[in-house]
Write a protein that binds this ligand. Structure first.
Ligand SMILES: Nc1nc2c(c(=O)[nH]1)N[C@H]1C(S)=C(S)[C@@H](COP(=O)(O)O)O[C@H]1N2
Ligand SMILES: [Mo]
Length: 299
Protein backbone atom coordinates (compact mmCIF):
# COMPACT_ATOMS: atom_id res chain seq x y z
CA UNK A 1 0.00 0.00 0.00
CA UNK A 2 3.03 2.24 -0.32
CA UNK A 3 3.04 5.14 -2.73
CA UNK A 4 -0.65 5.84 -2.30
CA UNK A 5 -1.84 8.57 -4.60
CA UNK A 6 -2.79 11.67 -2.67
CA UNK A 7 -5.59 13.61 -4.26
CA UNK A 8 -5.26 17.37 -4.29
CA UNK A 9 -8.97 17.74 -3.65
CA UNK A 10 -10.81 16.23 -0.72
CA UNK A 11 -14.43 15.87 0.30
CA UNK A 12 -14.28 19.31 1.90
CA UNK A 13 -13.55 20.85 -1.45
CA UNK A 14 -16.90 19.78 -2.87
CA UNK A 15 -19.04 22.86 -3.01
CA UNK A 16 -22.68 22.15 -2.14
CA UNK A 17 -24.68 22.39 -5.32
CA UNK A 18 -26.64 25.48 -4.30
CA UNK A 19 -23.41 27.31 -3.50
CA UNK A 20 -21.73 26.63 -6.82
CA UNK A 21 -20.30 29.77 -8.26
CA UNK A 22 -20.47 30.41 -11.93
CA UNK A 23 -17.27 30.59 -13.91
CA UNK A 24 -17.64 34.36 -14.20
CA UNK A 25 -18.18 34.88 -10.48
CA UNK A 26 -15.14 32.77 -9.67
CA UNK A 27 -12.94 34.52 -12.18
CA UNK A 28 -14.11 37.93 -10.96
CA UNK A 29 -13.39 36.87 -7.36
CA UNK A 30 -10.00 35.43 -8.18
CA UNK A 31 -9.02 38.47 -10.19
CA UNK A 32 -9.71 40.66 -7.20
CA UNK A 33 -7.46 38.78 -4.79
CA UNK A 34 -3.82 38.04 -4.30
CA UNK A 35 -4.54 34.50 -5.52
CA UNK A 36 -4.91 35.70 -9.07
CA UNK A 37 -1.46 34.53 -10.07
CA UNK A 38 -1.74 31.01 -8.65
CA UNK A 39 -2.74 27.96 -10.63
CA UNK A 40 -4.60 26.23 -7.79
CA UNK A 41 -7.88 28.16 -7.89
CA UNK A 42 -8.25 27.52 -11.60
CA UNK A 43 -7.77 23.81 -11.08
CA UNK A 44 -10.20 23.67 -8.18
CA UNK A 45 -12.72 25.44 -10.37
CA UNK A 46 -12.17 22.93 -13.15
CA UNK A 47 -12.86 20.07 -10.77
CA UNK A 48 -16.23 21.13 -9.40
CA UNK A 49 -18.05 17.80 -9.54
CA UNK A 50 -21.19 17.32 -11.55
CA UNK A 51 -24.43 16.86 -9.64
CA UNK A 52 -25.70 13.44 -8.52
CA UNK A 53 -28.51 13.92 -11.05
CA UNK A 54 -26.11 14.50 -13.98
CA UNK A 55 -23.91 11.54 -13.08
CA UNK A 56 -26.76 9.06 -12.54
CA UNK A 57 -29.12 9.97 -15.36
CA UNK A 58 -26.80 10.48 -18.37
CA UNK A 59 -25.08 7.13 -18.79
CA UNK A 60 -23.56 4.68 -21.22
CA UNK A 61 -24.32 1.08 -20.23
CA UNK A 62 -25.29 -0.76 -23.40
CA UNK A 63 -26.38 -3.84 -21.45
CA UNK A 64 -29.47 -1.73 -20.69
CA UNK A 65 -29.89 0.04 -24.03
CA UNK A 66 -28.05 2.59 -26.11
CA UNK A 67 -29.95 5.72 -25.00
CA UNK A 68 -28.38 7.93 -22.35
CA UNK A 69 -31.50 7.58 -20.18
CA UNK A 70 -31.94 3.81 -20.68
CA UNK A 71 -29.53 2.71 -17.92
CA UNK A 72 -31.31 4.70 -15.22
CA UNK A 73 -34.66 3.32 -16.34
CA UNK A 74 -33.74 -0.33 -16.89
CA UNK A 75 -30.80 -1.09 -14.60
CA UNK A 76 -33.14 -1.26 -11.59
CA UNK A 77 -33.66 -4.93 -12.53
CA UNK A 78 -30.02 -5.82 -11.92
CA UNK A 79 -29.36 -7.98 -8.86
CA UNK A 80 -26.08 -6.86 -7.30
CA UNK A 81 -26.14 -9.05 -4.17
CA UNK A 82 -24.73 -11.63 -3.86
CA UNK A 83 -21.78 -10.52 -6.02
CA UNK A 84 -18.67 -12.55 -6.71
CA UNK A 85 -15.54 -11.52 -8.56
CA UNK A 86 -13.52 -14.32 -10.12
CA UNK A 87 -9.82 -13.46 -10.03
CA UNK A 88 -7.76 -15.87 -12.06
CA UNK A 89 -4.89 -16.37 -14.48
CA UNK A 90 -1.36 -15.51 -13.39
CA UNK A 91 -2.05 -14.91 -9.70
CA UNK A 92 -0.87 -16.69 -6.55
CA UNK A 93 -4.32 -16.79 -4.93
CA UNK A 94 -6.95 -17.28 -7.64
CA UNK A 95 -10.53 -17.71 -6.56
CA UNK A 96 -14.13 -16.58 -6.49
CA UNK A 97 -14.05 -13.64 -4.11
CA UNK A 98 -17.24 -12.43 -2.45
CA UNK A 99 -17.32 -8.64 -2.79
CA UNK A 100 -17.69 -8.26 0.99
CA UNK A 101 -14.41 -10.11 1.49
CA UNK A 102 -12.64 -7.84 -0.98
CA UNK A 103 -14.09 -4.67 0.56
CA UNK A 104 -13.18 -5.72 4.10
CA UNK A 105 -9.51 -5.58 3.08
CA UNK A 106 -9.56 -2.38 1.03
CA UNK A 107 -9.31 1.27 2.02
CA UNK A 108 -12.17 3.24 0.48
CA UNK A 109 -11.20 6.76 -0.54
CA UNK A 110 -12.83 9.59 -2.42
CA UNK A 111 -11.32 10.60 -5.74
CA UNK A 112 -12.66 13.54 -7.69
CA UNK A 113 -11.78 12.71 -11.28
CA UNK A 114 -12.42 14.16 -14.68
CA UNK A 115 -14.38 11.72 -16.84
CA UNK A 116 -14.13 12.07 -20.63
CA UNK A 117 -16.24 9.92 -22.95
CA UNK A 118 -14.89 9.17 -26.42
CA UNK A 119 -18.14 10.76 -27.71
CA UNK A 120 -16.64 14.15 -26.71
CA UNK A 121 -18.60 14.93 -23.56
CA UNK A 122 -17.25 15.16 -20.04
CA UNK A 123 -18.17 15.35 -16.38
CA UNK A 124 -16.33 15.53 -13.07
CA UNK A 125 -17.21 12.67 -10.73
CA UNK A 126 -16.58 12.25 -6.99
CA UNK A 127 -15.98 8.50 -6.87
CA UNK A 128 -15.50 6.32 -3.84
CA UNK A 129 -13.34 3.26 -4.27
CA UNK A 130 -10.00 1.57 -3.76
CA UNK A 131 -6.85 1.31 -5.80
CA UNK A 132 -6.80 -1.64 -8.18
CA UNK A 133 -3.12 -2.06 -7.20
CA UNK A 134 -4.20 -2.98 -3.67
CA UNK A 135 -6.48 -5.72 -4.99
CA UNK A 136 -3.70 -7.01 -7.24
CA UNK A 137 -1.39 -7.15 -4.21
CA UNK A 138 -4.05 -9.05 -2.29
CA UNK A 139 -4.18 -11.85 -4.88
CA UNK A 140 -0.46 -11.76 -5.73
CA UNK A 141 0.49 -11.10 -9.35
CA UNK A 142 2.93 -13.68 -10.73
CA UNK A 143 6.08 -12.89 -12.66
CA UNK A 144 5.43 -12.78 -16.36
CA UNK A 145 1.94 -11.27 -16.13
CA UNK A 146 1.76 -8.25 -18.46
CA UNK A 147 -1.94 -7.37 -18.76
CA UNK A 148 -5.15 -7.34 -16.75
CA UNK A 149 -8.40 -8.40 -18.44
CA UNK A 150 -11.83 -7.43 -17.08
CA UNK A 151 -15.27 -8.83 -17.76
CA UNK A 152 -18.77 -7.50 -17.03
CA UNK A 153 -21.64 -9.67 -15.80
CA UNK A 154 -23.45 -11.65 -18.50
CA UNK A 155 -27.09 -12.03 -17.44
CA UNK A 156 -29.48 -11.40 -20.32
CA UNK A 157 -32.54 -11.95 -18.09
CA UNK A 158 -31.60 -8.83 -16.16
CA UNK A 159 -29.67 -6.98 -18.85
CA UNK A 160 -32.08 -6.64 -21.77
CA UNK A 161 -29.47 -5.11 -24.08
CA UNK A 162 -27.59 -8.42 -24.03
CA UNK A 163 -30.40 -9.94 -26.11
CA UNK A 164 -29.14 -7.82 -29.02
CA UNK A 165 -25.90 -8.81 -30.75
CA UNK A 166 -24.60 -5.24 -30.81
CA UNK A 167 -21.56 -6.10 -28.73
CA UNK A 168 -20.13 -9.59 -28.43
CA UNK A 169 -21.27 -10.00 -24.79
CA UNK A 170 -20.01 -9.98 -22.14
CA UNK A 171 -18.40 -6.54 -22.36
CA UNK A 172 -14.65 -6.95 -21.87
CA UNK A 173 -11.80 -4.52 -21.28
CA UNK A 174 -8.11 -4.60 -20.55
CA UNK A 175 -5.13 -2.64 -19.29
CA UNK A 176 -1.41 -3.10 -19.39
CA UNK A 177 -0.21 -4.21 -15.94
CA UNK A 178 1.62 -0.93 -15.27
CA UNK A 179 -1.55 1.01 -16.13
CA UNK A 180 -3.57 -1.24 -13.84
CA UNK A 181 -1.06 -0.70 -11.02
CA UNK A 182 -0.99 3.08 -11.45
CA UNK A 183 -2.20 4.80 -8.27
CA UNK A 184 -4.84 6.75 -10.22
CA UNK A 185 -6.53 3.51 -11.35
CA UNK A 186 -9.55 2.95 -9.16
CA UNK A 187 -12.11 0.22 -8.54
CA UNK A 188 -15.17 2.34 -7.75
CA UNK A 189 -17.82 1.28 -5.27
CA UNK A 190 -19.65 4.55 -4.75
CA UNK A 191 -20.49 8.09 -5.75
CA UNK A 192 -20.87 11.11 -3.48
CA UNK A 193 -20.35 8.79 -0.50
CA UNK A 194 -23.32 6.60 -1.46
CA UNK A 195 -23.26 3.10 -2.96
CA UNK A 196 -22.77 3.06 -6.72
CA UNK A 197 -26.15 3.16 -8.49
CA UNK A 198 -26.76 0.26 -10.86
CA UNK A 199 -26.65 2.53 -13.91
CA UNK A 200 -23.09 3.56 -12.98
CA UNK A 201 -21.85 -0.03 -12.78
CA UNK A 202 -22.78 -1.40 -9.36
CA UNK A 203 -21.41 -2.88 -7.30
CA UNK A 204 -17.85 -2.57 -8.63
CA UNK A 205 -16.50 -0.83 -11.73
CA UNK A 206 -13.16 0.23 -13.07
CA UNK A 207 -12.24 3.94 -13.36
CA UNK A 208 -9.21 4.95 -15.43
CA UNK A 209 -9.42 8.75 -15.52
CA UNK A 210 -6.83 9.42 -18.24
CA UNK A 211 -8.54 7.11 -20.75
CA UNK A 212 -11.79 7.42 -22.68
CA UNK A 213 -14.80 6.38 -20.62
CA UNK A 214 -15.39 3.06 -22.36
CA UNK A 215 -12.22 1.67 -20.76
CA UNK A 216 -13.94 2.10 -17.36
CA UNK A 217 -15.82 -1.20 -17.49
CA UNK A 218 -18.88 -1.58 -15.28
CA UNK A 219 -20.28 -4.31 -13.02
CA UNK A 220 -17.08 -6.36 -13.07
CA UNK A 221 -17.32 -10.11 -12.34
CA UNK A 222 -13.93 -11.30 -13.52
CA UNK A 223 -10.35 -10.03 -13.42
CA UNK A 224 -7.70 -12.11 -15.17
CA UNK A 225 -3.92 -11.63 -15.11
CA UNK A 226 -2.37 -12.65 -18.41
CA UNK A 227 0.76 -12.36 -20.55
CA UNK A 228 -1.30 -11.70 -23.69
CA UNK A 229 -2.92 -8.42 -24.67
CA UNK A 230 -6.61 -9.02 -23.93
CA UNK A 231 -9.41 -8.32 -26.40
CA UNK A 232 -11.55 -5.24 -25.66
CA UNK A 233 -15.18 -4.84 -26.72
CA UNK A 234 -15.06 -1.59 -28.67
CA UNK A 235 -11.80 -2.51 -30.35
CA UNK A 236 -13.30 -5.82 -31.50
CA UNK A 237 -16.34 -4.00 -32.88
CA UNK A 238 -14.60 -1.07 -34.63
CA UNK A 239 -10.82 -1.57 -34.56
CA UNK A 240 -10.10 1.51 -36.68
CA UNK A 241 -12.00 3.76 -34.30
CA UNK A 242 -11.23 2.40 -30.82
CA UNK A 243 -7.75 1.31 -29.88
CA UNK A 244 -6.51 -0.76 -26.97
CA UNK A 245 -4.93 2.25 -25.26
CA UNK A 246 -7.63 4.87 -25.82
CA UNK A 247 -5.77 7.49 -23.83
CA UNK A 248 -7.53 10.85 -23.96
CA UNK A 249 -5.61 12.84 -26.56
CA UNK A 250 -6.85 16.10 -28.10
CA UNK A 251 -4.32 15.71 -30.93
CA UNK A 252 -5.59 12.35 -32.17
CA UNK A 253 -9.06 12.72 -33.61
CA UNK A 254 -11.63 9.98 -33.81
CA UNK A 255 -12.03 9.10 -37.52
CA UNK A 256 -15.53 10.62 -37.43
CA UNK A 257 -15.11 13.61 -35.09
CA UNK A 258 -12.60 15.90 -33.42
CA UNK A 259 -11.31 15.10 -29.95
CA UNK A 260 -9.88 18.60 -29.42
CA UNK A 261 -12.84 19.84 -27.36
CA UNK A 262 -15.56 18.38 -25.18
CA UNK A 263 -19.12 19.25 -24.21
CA UNK A 264 -19.44 19.78 -20.48
CA UNK A 265 -22.53 17.95 -19.20
CA UNK A 266 -24.86 19.79 -16.85
CA UNK A 267 -23.39 23.22 -17.21
CA UNK A 268 -26.87 24.77 -17.22
CA UNK A 269 -26.77 28.42 -18.14
CA UNK A 270 -23.02 28.23 -18.54
CA UNK A 271 -23.09 24.95 -20.48
CA UNK A 272 -20.13 25.09 -22.76
CA UNK A 273 -17.39 23.40 -24.64
CA UNK A 274 -13.94 23.24 -23.17
CA UNK A 275 -10.59 22.19 -24.54
CA UNK A 276 -9.75 18.55 -23.99
CA UNK A 277 -6.54 18.09 -22.02
CA UNK A 278 -3.75 15.64 -22.85
CA UNK A 279 -4.35 12.45 -20.87
CA UNK A 280 -7.51 14.19 -19.65
CA UNK A 281 -5.45 16.47 -17.41
CA UNK A 282 -3.37 13.68 -15.85
CA UNK A 283 -0.29 13.99 -18.07
CA UNK A 284 2.02 14.82 -15.15
CA UNK A 285 1.09 11.52 -13.52
CA UNK A 286 0.80 9.15 -16.48
CA UNK A 287 2.75 10.42 -19.50
CA UNK A 288 5.76 8.40 -18.34
CA UNK A 289 3.83 5.16 -18.90
CA UNK A 290 3.95 5.88 -22.64
CA UNK A 291 7.44 7.34 -23.01
CA UNK A 292 8.81 6.68 -26.46
CA UNK A 293 5.50 5.39 -27.82
CA UNK A 294 3.89 6.80 -30.97
CA UNK A 295 0.51 7.85 -29.55
CA UNK A 296 -1.04 8.14 -33.01
CA UNK A 297 -0.21 4.54 -33.85
CA UNK A 298 -0.97 3.31 -30.34
CA UNK A 299 -4.26 5.16 -30.14
N1 LIG B 1 -20.17 -3.07 -19.12
C1 LIG B 1 -20.13 -1.84 -19.64
N2 LIG B 1 -19.25 -0.94 -19.18
C2 LIG B 1 -19.21 0.31 -19.70
C3 LIG B 1 -20.08 0.68 -20.77
C4 LIG B 1 -21.00 -0.30 -21.24
O1 LIG B 1 -21.80 -0.05 -22.16
N3 LIG B 1 -21.00 -1.53 -20.65
N4 LIG B 1 -19.99 1.95 -21.32
C5 LIG B 1 -18.71 2.65 -21.16
C6 LIG B 1 -18.76 4.03 -21.60
S1 LIG B 1 -18.80 4.31 -23.29
C7 LIG B 1 -18.71 5.08 -20.74
S2 LIG B 1 -18.60 6.69 -21.28
C8 LIG B 1 -18.79 4.84 -19.28
C9 LIG B 1 -19.95 5.63 -18.69
O2 LIG B 1 -19.92 5.59 -17.29
P1 LIG B 1 -21.04 6.39 -16.49
O3 LIG B 1 -22.38 5.99 -17.04
O4 LIG B 1 -20.86 5.99 -15.06
O5 LIG B 1 -20.76 7.84 -16.71
O6 LIG B 1 -18.96 3.46 -18.94
C10 LIG B 1 -18.20 2.58 -19.72
N5 LIG B 1 -18.32 1.23 -19.20
MO1 LIG C 1 -18.07 6.46 -23.53
Amino acid sequence: MANRWTNDLTRGDITPEHLYLSRRQIMAGVAGTALAGLAAPAQAEALQPNSWEDITSYNNFYEFGTGKDDPKRYAKSLTTAPWTVKIDGMVDRPGDYAIEDILSKMTIEERIYRFRCVEAWSMVVPWNGFELADLLDLVGVQDGAKYVAFETLYRPDEMPGQKYALIDWPYVEGLRLDEARHPLTLMATGLYGKPLPNQNGAPLRLVVPWKYGFKSIKSVVRITLTDRKPPTSWNKLLPNEYGFYSNVNPQVDHPRWSQATERVIGGGLFSSKQDTLMFNGYADQVAGLYAGMDLKRNF
